[in-house]
Design a protein around this ligand. Structure first.
Ligand code: WTA
Length: 648
């Protein structure tokens, strides 16, 4: 079982083929795309670049690969906003709804493709009038409102790169990102709605702006209605700029390798990295994966991705992938439990959502809130469910399948990263037999292998996930730091992109993601993934969510410490859970201590912060907590740790 890299402990035998009803209308019901992608990945991507993207100048070379630097569709020219807007309007689909938007307080707006194009052209002209030029960087710090998409698309129209910073980030995080990118303009809002209140954005931005010398102008969208200070000459209301703007702004063709955006990722440690994405390859990748992985059919689907535009999921599967495909979407501003725990399900019922894409952290939260919440609503419009952001535990997958998909909807568990730009490993819903908790196989045109310590590909068991050849949406580098790009992604296993994640392959060649390799625990010489122990804990009927870490231990090297959140109203004994893990995956993986907690510390994008839990478990002062969504969770855990008697 042990390959020396990561042990293979979990075992899951349930399988789910797509239903005949789903297969009847799917884009892909067999392995033809896989065969095409394997036979010649470049030709596969070239065909989709031609079919799904409109170019003003064709490329002369599909992929130029000077390891680790790739260029795609070299010589080609296109405009991303033209692809997302103009071509749909020119084809007579201007009245199609792009966004059904709902504010947290319940106010609504419907935005058609024609309206989105009109607004984008005006705002692009406004940016030009503020002195933004092709090649400049523009920072965006907005709530989830249609203007976020307009701002991004307006940048692409004129060839400025955007850098979106999540609205929940602090003034300091915003200032750091603005300064790293030396952005010229900041686009923000007075505030946005969250948990029934207005959270201030412009006041935060004002703090950041004290220390961002590159910013010349600030644009402010009125949303929250909160009082804000406007510095004359520098700060402008969005609605004033739009009212004064020329309505026509032709989409300028851009080089396929023009910088499209920077998106900062902090990873587990260190200074945030400005991940660089460019134009032609990225758009091809997200347009293709959106179409096939979501089996998207523009005339019948209503798509809802619950991510924020501040994350890569919002970039690729709210803005660029869906709009390039002419999709109709739901965009929601607020939290899932305002005014009550059934808001998400009420929105699915109201807008007749057919494809729903969310994160495991959200699914586990819904499990915690209980099945009575989705049961209040008619979810029969749904035909496909997706997951992204963390490994989805088999039991969370089953809950999603039963209580949301009503055993009717395929689930696509999509593995990818900010760095990969688009999805990499995922089922094709009409062609793939799924297994709960497995992301299944690399998508057509993508090469992924699991390797051992020495970098040799393995065919069974656990190891390190690597990507074997360039793909169109791949990051082109880290802004201002090519050396760090090379070291972070391309040095551990020569010739391979190392994703930083562990994975295992089962007897059918299916991939199972095992979490970040930095989190792997070493217990008496066994290399145990956090994901497998967490999934074993979540498979107990009382458990909604679990996080485990390895804490220094005099006897075993590291000991497994578990933090567990229970499903609504249920209780269970610590020793029962320890025995449950032993039974599910083996005595070696039994947690030494289990702490019960109402919440786990998470990043603002919902990933469990195991690094902090390790600090708590080892009684250290906490390291960097600035990316934590709710700091009080850790303080409470520290208090409990200090009261908990030592176990055996
Ligand atoms: C994790 C989000 C397991 C993984 C698109 C990856 C996943 C990191 C999955 C990237 C999945 C994402 N199964 N793990 N389906 N999707 N991850 O940059 O550790 O926010 O490396 O991109 O999330 O996170 P990022």
């Amino acid at each position: 079982m042990s390959s020396g890299a990561i042990d293979d402990l979990g075992f899951e035998s349930r399988t789910f083929p797509p239903s005949t009803e789903f297969v009847a209308t799917t884009h892909v019901a067999d392995d033809s795309l896989y065969r095409e992608g394997t036979a010649n990945p470049d030709a596969y991507w070239e065909r989709h670049a031609r079919e799904l993207v409109t170019w003003s100048t064709p490329w002369h070379t599909v992929c130029e690969w000077n390891l680790p630097f790739a260029k795609w569709f070299v010589g080609g020219e296109l405009n991303v906003s033209f692809n997302c807007l103009d071509r749909h309007v020119l084809a007579g689909r201007g009245d199609r709804v792009a966004f059904y938007w709902e504010g947290e307080p319940g106010d609504t707006r419907t935005v058609t493709y024609k309206e989105l194009l009109d607004e984008t052209q005006k705002f692009a002209n406004a940016l030009l009038s503020l002195g933004v030029q092709k090649g400049d960087r523009v920072n965006i710090y907005l709530p989830m409102i249609p203007e976020a998409a307009v701002a991004m698309l307006a940048c692409t129209r004129i060839g400025a790169a955007h850098s979106v910073v999540f609205g929940g980030f602090s003034a300091q995080a915003l200032a750091d990102r603005i300064n790293d990118a030396t952005a010229k303009v900041l686009i923000t809002a007075d505030g946005g709605w969250r948990r029934g209140e207005v959270f201030p954005l412009k006041p935060q931005a004002d703090v950041a702006l004290q220390d961002t010398p590159s910013i010349e102008h600030v644009v402010v969208v009125k949303r929250g209605g909160n009082d804000v200070a406007m510095q004359s000459g520098r700060d402008h209301w969005y609605h004033d700029l739009i009212a004064a703007a020329n309505p026509m702004c032709p989409a300028e063709p851009m080089d396929a390798e023009q910088l499209l955006f920077l998106l900062y990722t902090s990873g587990t440690t260190g200074k945030p990295k400005g991940i660089m994405h460019t134009t032609g390859g990225y758009l091809t990748h997200v347009a293709t994966t959106f179409k096939y992985v979501f089996d998207h059919q523009p005339d019948r689907d209503i798509f809802w991705c619950t991510a924020d535009v501040g994350w890569v999921t919002g970039h690729s599967y709210i803005v660029y992938g869906p709009l390039a495909n002419g999709a109709t979407q739901v965009m929601y501003e607020g939290v899932p439990n305002f005014p009550a725990n059934d808001r998400v399900w009420s929105l699915i019922e109201k807008y007749k959502v057919t494809i729903f894409y969310t994160a495991p952290t959200a699914i586990r939260t819904y499990m915690k809130w209980g099945t009575q919440e989705p049961q209040k609503h008619d979810l029969s419009s749904l035909r496909l469910l997706g997951s992204v952001g963390e490994p989805i535990n088999p039991e969370a997958w089953m809950w999603y399948h039963e209580h949301i998909g009503h055993e009717r909807c395929p689930i696509v568990d999509t593995w990818w990263q900010t760095e990969t730009g688009g999805m990499m490993i995922s089922p094709l819903p009409g062609a793939t037999v799924t297994k709960p908790g497995s992301a299944t196989r690399p998508l057509p045109g993508i090469g992924a292998e699991v390797v051992d310590e020495s970098g040799t590909a393995i065919t069974r068991g656990g190891g390190y996930l690597t990507l074997t050849h360039p793909w169109p949406g791949m990051l082109r580098g880290i802004w201002g730091d090519p050396k760090r790009y090379q070291e972070t992604y391309w040095s551990r296993f020569p010739g391979r992109y190392f994703a930083g994640d562990g994975a295992k392959l089962d007897e059918d060649g299916y991939l199972w993601l095992l979490g970040r390799v930095d989190d792997v625990m070493n217990v008496s010489g066994h290399r145990i993934s956090t994901t497998e122990v967490e999934s074993a804990l979540v498979s107990h009927p009382s458990v909604a969510e679990a996080a485990v870490v390895g804490a220094n231990d005099a006897t075993t090297g590291q000991a497994i410490i578990a933090y567990v959140t229970l499903r609504g109203g249920l209780t269970v004994d610590e020793h029962v859970l320890r025995e449950h893990v032993a039974k599910e995956i083996g005595a070696i993986a039994k947690p030494k201590t289990v702490y019960f907690t109402p919440d786990l510390p998470k990043t603002r994008s919902g990933k469990i912060m195991r690094r902090l839990l390790r600090d708590v478990a080892e009684g250290r002062n906490l390291g960097d907590t600035t990316t934590l969504a709710d700091a009080s969770v850790v303080t409470e855990l520290q208090r409990r740790a200090s009261e908990h008697p030592a176990e055996d």
